[in-house]
Design a protein around this ligand. Sequence first.
Ligand code: HEM
Length: 227
Amino acid sequence: MSWVTKTLNSTLGRKLLMALTGLFLILFLVVHLAGNLQLLAGDGGEAFNIYAQGMAVNPLIRGVSIINFILILVHIVYAILLTQHNKKARPIEYAVTNPSANSSWASRNMGILGTVILIFLLVHLRGFWYRLKFGSPDKVNIDGVEYDNAFIIVEEAFKNPFYAGFYVLSMVFLAFHLYHGFGSAFQTIGLNHKKYSPLIKKVGIGFAILVPALFALIPIVLYIQSL
Ligand code: HEM
């Protein structure tokens, strides 16, 4: 067995992969959020449609998109492997536990949080990504150039209060997942420092609140505008 396979099969190696893929996905979220906030530009979707088409045709972004999907899969598979390993290591729960004193609710429920986010992701990709890539989206003419009307797909979807509500609720789960994931990833990659760890924790909390809140703002605003 090569050292790479050995490392990837060790608990530490698996944790490291979870941390690195998680940090990449965090980066993706920031870029995705910045792009999606253009949905709120109030320009009938012009900026968002130009941006979405630009992303879709750029070969570099297409490459990053494939890597992104692979990393999401790796993150999920290794989460399952680590959970199974932890269960095998301790098949019987401790007789006396005081979980709330030793760990946060989010850290003890990363599996549940991750599963809800996976369900969100499947619904999300089917609703937007699949329809854009494999459906036949309406076209819109902007300054003489024809674009896929990605904006209308999102706008129509968030007219439905249940769909918009599902997004907002999913962002609450994402917030808890990020809250634990952010700090845990930095700890795993060894950035555990007396001086910087409290700062990383604060940045993590801020990130875990701000990013899902801004994502949630999109369905809320688009739903209110549709009334
Ligand atoms: C209001 C919130 C959101 C909106 C309006 C939105 C919108 C979209 C749209 C229109 C697409 C298809 C076009 C494209 O590929 O850029 C897309 C793709 C995608 N979204 Fe979202 N998104 C939201 C939140 C999220 C969140 C929270 C996640 C992750 C937890 C996520 C993950 C993805 C992924 C993985 C893709 C496929 C990207 C790719 O092609 O590489 N999105 N989203």
